[in-house]
Design a protein around this ligand. Sequence first.
Ligand code: ZN
Length: 280
Amino acid sequence: MTIPGDADQRRAIAPVVCYPPDTLTPPDLDLYKSARSTAQKISETLIPPRQARTFRANAGQFFRISSIDGPQVGDLNLHNAHDLNERFYSGKTRALHGTHITTGQHMWSTIPYLRPMATIIEDTLNWYGIDEFGGSVHDVIGTRCDPYTHMALNHDHYHHCCHSNLTRALAAETGLAPKDAELLVHDVLNVFMCTGFTRDTGQYFMKASPVRPGDYIEFLAEIDLLGNLSACPGGDCSATHSSDTAKCHPLLVEVFEPVPDVLKNRSEPPLNGYDRTHGL
Ligand SMILES: [Zn+2]
């Protein structure tokens, strides 16, 4: 390997942010929080350990994901309730907001829809920040634990990875065959998971989640949503996943309906305005 003479100068060039979000309209968090303060709970869904369950939250409703019995991370999928092809786009959410998301940031949908699906209005782990290892909470850098990677690495069948849990739950909700449902399962928001990249090798790492019972993350549904949440077999993801080894706990999803008209000035994000001609 030949190292060029100006290697240090090239490395010393300052980075620029790829997608400065300054031109995005910021969410009206004061309005959302005010609406949430008088909203009424209309449903709840318990996610058993090593399982997933679906839930629905309509545009303008709120949904909260809570840690209840013990530290537990969750893998969250979102679909447009009326078009399952419009689903959460982890990669572009990461590009727009960063590796981990928190209050005031959106979960964006896939191309060609590319619009906010949900907005985080409260996050009790917001205090965590970025730790000395480069770790933070609620990542959009992981994918979801899945039986194919597990097979490649361990030559073993395991059926309670988040990918399989989400597949079973989506199949049960939609009536789709599991092999069709799994094609709609997508990279997740890793709720409560503490992750980063190692500084020396750039490898994806996890560490014990700082979440404790009572912690929650809460969202405004920007469009009608079908949610799907898996209580990861990794538990708090302090040691292992993709097995029955880790201690696991349930998660709770609650949906809240605001009082009539309190959000009447909120407008649903339109489909992305690009004309889709691609220059042809
Ligand atoms: Zn998982």
